[in-house]
Design a protein around this ligand. Structure first.
Ligand SMILES: [Zn+2]
Ligand SMILES: [Zn+2]
Length: 318
């Protein structure tokens, strides 16, 4: 079967990828030998060639390479429309970013300068991938743990560059833009100011970043990390903001590991090409509960109020 992206008349899209089914099904857990892990140092040959290594290929702390089982590939973008059904060639790129040499680390036990290197690498790859003709959007995310969809346990992130915007981003983008057109202000900037004043959903903050449990949290202990300065994509982040983001990431994940003993989680970086209405942010979803049928309708039942989650997190976010 040929890989393709499908879109219907309601603007719903999906990537159909047969190649993905060939990726390793066996989850290599923390305790298994580092020898078996293709992401551990010394096993670089088991992966595709290095695209970025910091500080260098031999002594890397962060390493980026092409995914062996990409959902999107470098090829020309071509739409084929039949009646109500649009198909597109899966043009783009799919990369893996190894966050550390150490097989069993998480943000809570990494140094902040190590976390900074990850953010710096994400920024560099984002800038590079946005240069590819036909690429309009770069998705950055992390799955940790089997329950969060990771197939390998070595700390890693995924970067997917695509022609089309993911559905969630398209929707958020439309909502943010219409708010901006009405109010002439970024909605997230306004909400952030309120959260800093009200403080009941404020988990932690520093000079550059604010971490909150969103008022409409869909999942227990979900948090959002927002820069105080308005910018819309990771390419705009400066050095000091990187260092301060690393600090709130470490603190927040230290809190999660205290409360839930190393929980599985998903992280999404919400970027949007330079705009006044879109506010860059990072969403973190600890996977403490599983999906139930009702959530597929888009109306989640959250068993922990964000205010309660904030109170609990504040006790351990240090
Ligand atoms: Zn490993
Ligand atoms: Zn803003």
């Amino acid at each position: 079967m040929v890989d393709e992206i499908r879109k219907d008349i309601f603007e719903r899209s999906v990537i159909v990828s047969a190649l993905r089914s060939k990726r390793p099904g066996a989850f290599i857990d923390k305790k298994s030998k580092e020898k078996a892990c293709p992401f551990c140092p010394g096993n670089e040959r088991k992966t595709e060639k290095t695209l970025l290594a910091i500080p260098d290929e031999k002594h890397w702390n962060v390493r980026v390479f092409k995914n062996k089982f990409p959902v999107l590939h470098q090829r020309n973008f071509k739409p084929i429309v039949e009646d109500f059904f649009s198909r597109y060639t899966p043009c783009g790129a799919h990369e893996i970013l190894i966050e550390t040499r150490k097989h069993d680390r998480d943000y809570s036990d990494m140094r902040t300068d190590e976390i900074s290197l990850i953010i710096e690498a994400l920024k560099q790859r984002y800038v590079e991938l946005m240069k590819i003709p036909d690429v309009n959007y770069v998705t950055i995310f992390k799955n940790k743990g089997i329950r969060a969809g990771a197939s390998l346990s070595h700390p890693h992130m995924q970067i997917i560059a695509a022609h089309l915007f993911p559905d969630v981003i398209s929707r958020e983008m439309g909502e943010s833009e219409s708010f901006f057109k009405k109010e002439k202000k970024c909605g997230q900037c306004l909400m952030m100011k309120s959260e800093l004043r009200l403080r009941e959903r404020l988990v932690t903050h520093n000079k550059d970043w604010v971490v909150i449990t969103p008022f409409v949290s869909k999942w227990p202990y979900q948090v959002a990390m927002l820069p105080r300065r308005h910018f819309s994509e990771i390419s705009e982040i400066n050095e000091e903001e990187i260092a301060n983001l690393a600090k709130v990431i470490k603190k927040t994940f230290h809190g999660y590991s205290k409360l839930f003993d190393d929980p599985p989680y998903n992280i999404m970086y919400h970027n949007f090409p330079k705009s006044d209405f879109w506010h860059f942010h990072i969403s973190v979803y600890p996977r403490l509960v599983t999906h139930a049928g009702f959530e597929f309708f888009g109306l989640n039942v959250n068993i922990t109020s964000p205010e309660h989650a904030t109170r609990e997190l504040r006790k351990v976010v240090k």
